[in-house]
Design a protein around this ligand. Structure first.
Ligand code: CP3
Length: 349
């Protein structure tokens, strides 16, 4: 067993395990070196390269879990959507009409990005810590499809489309849900030991709109994995106003962004493992500030199981030394005594 798997299964561990969203990415010089040689899709589609990028942060830091190197857009390309990265995803033709939705392929249980299953198997052979698989939640994937990419205005286009074309929206979300269930089941069957559903754009919606277009599809994805008995993480950015509905989702772990203190998330989500939630901005400051703020987060996470993480992905300009400092701070914090051990030995479980 690992301390990460203990915590995601609900154990109030003596120290908090830590991994970092986007830990396999642009703040790592070795990642940027590989990027000189391959395009982003090439890195995702070549299992050997994807496995090695997944291993980069694990080789450098004493992290407690790995996350598969891929992207939430990977299954969409398999559905026939043309996507480039610049560096965020750019969708060539937006999906907006019923005919657009009908053109999207559903590749079937083992047909959704089989190269990802191959990468997962390779990672499991070489990785000493548990592997987190992932996918985008249907409403977040729809945001990129409807608006042709990311958004600087809170996906105004998607929000208007949901009010205007609810039938097309439900058709699209249903299709994305079916593909996402197949895709995550394939990752778990190949060896992913936990899966995270990223709902990065859930927070832009009114709570009743989320109740209609977000929640039921996230529930179907998570429930569709139930029989595989792997812990499920649901992470919705900016979701303070959605914690009520989120509390009803079949996920063992809820990811919390930096805006909601873990102590108030704990009250809204009794019995769940909480994951988060250091503000990624802290990693751009001084090492002492990183440690001090990490300890605040650790204290706010007491009172139940906690997996330490950032409140959103690590920024590309983060100094790697600050990441090392963060991991050391988290590993040194004893959740029973609420302080550091006096020697530099790691806190036992
Ligand atoms: O280390 C990891 O976390 C594993 C790999 C991973 C990537 N994307 C690689 C990537 C994961 C888990 C994702 C998830 C993802 N992708 C999300 C959900 C998490 C979130 O940030 O909210 C979203 C919304 C996307 C879509 C996406 N892909 C964006 C917005 C971008 C822009 C660049 C960035 O880093 O924010 C990407 C490109 C991308 N995905 C890169 C990486 C390493 C950078 C590409 C490059 O190297 O130029």
């Amino acid at each position: 067993m690992s301390i990460f798997l203990d915590a995601v299964q609900g154990k109030d561990t003596r120290r908090a395990p830590i991994w970092i969203m986007r830990q396999a990415g642009r703040y790592l010089p070795e990642y940027n070196a590989v990027k000189e040689r391959y395009g982003f899709w090439e890195m995702c589609r070549n299992p050997e390269v994807a496995a090695e990028i997944t291993m980069m942060p694990i080789r450098r830091f004493p992290l407690d879990a790995a996350i598969l190197f891929s992207d939430i857009m990977t299954p969409l390309a398999e559905m026939g959507v043309e996507i480039e990265f610049a560096p965020g995803p750019v969708v060539a033709r937006p999906v907006r009409t019923v005919a657009d939705v009908e053109r999207l392929r559903v590749p079937g249980p083992d047909g959704t990005a089989p190269f990802v299953a191959a990468a997962v198997r390779m990672i499991r052979e070489r990785c000493p810590v548990p592997l987190v698989g992932f996918a985008g939640a249907p409403l977040t994937l729809a945001a990129y499809l409807v608006d042709s990419g990311g958004s600087a205005d809170g996906h105004h286009g998607l929000r208007a489309w949901l009010y205007d074309r609810p039938a097309a929206a439900h058709l699209l979300l249903d299709k994305l849900t079916r593909v996402t269930v197949d895709y995550l089941r394939m990752q778990i069957t190949a060896g992913a030991q936990t899966v995270q559903l990223f709902d990065s754009w859930a927070g832009v919606h009114a709570s009743d709109v989320y109740d209609e277009f977000g929640l039921p599809y996230a529930r179907r994805v998570l429930a569709g994995l139930e029989d595989l008995a792997v812990p499920r993480v649901y992470f919705a950015l900016g979701s303070h106003h959605l914690l009520g509905p989120i509390a009803g989702l079949p996920a063992e772990v809820v990811g919390v962004d930096w805006r909601t203190p873990l102590s108030s998330a704990r009250a809204a989500l009794p019995g769940r493992t909480l994951q988060g939630n250091l503000d990624p901005a802290v990693l751009g400051t001084r090492p002492e500030a990183v440690s001090a703020r990490a300890r605040d987060v650790l204290r706010q996470g007491l009172g139940g199981a906690h997996v330490f993480n950032l409140g959103h992905g690590i920024r590309p300009d983060t100094p790697v030394g600050h990441v090392q400092r963060l991991i050391e701070t988290v590993h040194a914090f004893d959740r029973h005594t609420e302080g550091d051990r006096e020697d530099d030995e790691k806190v036992p479980r």
